[in-house]
Design a protein around this ligand. Structure first.
Ligand SMILES: O=c1ccn([C@H]2C[C@H](O)[C@@H](COP(=O)(O)OP(=O)(O)OP(=O)(O)O)O2)c(=O)[nH]1
Length: 164
């Protein structure tokens, strides 16, 4: 069971459409927010949660939002965290710049101005803004320093070693 405390009158319980199949519960915004390009914004959900012992949560993109250029930063909700869940969103769209010029009949530049498109995006109160997947904390393992690690097929190969 996952316990949810509503901290705000506009807060809603997270929802899942296909329980047991979907990987995450959708979270809702409790406030209108404008996302300027490239600026991370913490959006309030108005909820606090408590999962089964040792169960934290990983927040992630909703794919429909990712397709609009809204992505997620942060996203680890520790098992013992009882504060409000904040959803840190980033608008990765970039404005388009265009240079407008005016010339006289004689071909002399008379005026020039730079136009910038509006790449900001809006989140409205009640929008689904992220999904939250239960995740079992495994950080009770003791870390010990060693001189050697067990060999493996991959060994130290990484960063694209298997090809593109
Ligand atoms: O997207 C997020 C990420 C984190 N948190 C909350 C829950 C999490 O348990 C707590 C701390 O997050 P994290 O450990 O990732 O942040 P930190 O910057 O390392 O902070 P701390 O020093 O408090 O661990 O903040 C959120 O509400 N939303």
């Amino acid at each position: 069971m996952i316990k949810v405390k509503l901290l705000h009158p506009d807060a809603r319980l997270p929802v899942v459409t296909y329980a047991g199949s979907d990987l995450g519960y959708d979270l809702f915004a409790i406030e209108d927010t404008v996302l300027e390009p490239g600026v991370p914004v913490k959006v309030r959900t108005g909820i606090a949660i408590e999962g089964p012992p040792g169960c934290g949560f990983v927040l992630g993109d909703r794919s429909s939002m990712a397709a609009r250029g809204i992505t997620y930063a942060g996203g680890r909700i520790d098992a013992g965290y009882r504060g409000e869940i904040l959803v840190c969103l980033v608008n990765v769209n970039q404005p388009r710049y265009s240079l407008k010029t005016e010339y006289t009949d004689a071909g002399v530049l008379r005026a020039a101005s730079l136009e910038v498109s509006d790449a900001s995006l809006s989140i409205r109160k009640g929008d689904k803004i992220a999904q939250m997947s239960p995740f079992q904390a495994m950080t009770h393992y003791e870390l010990i320093q060693v001189e050697e690690l067990a060999s493996s097929e991959r060994e130290g190969k990484g960063f694209g070693s298997s090809g593109r």
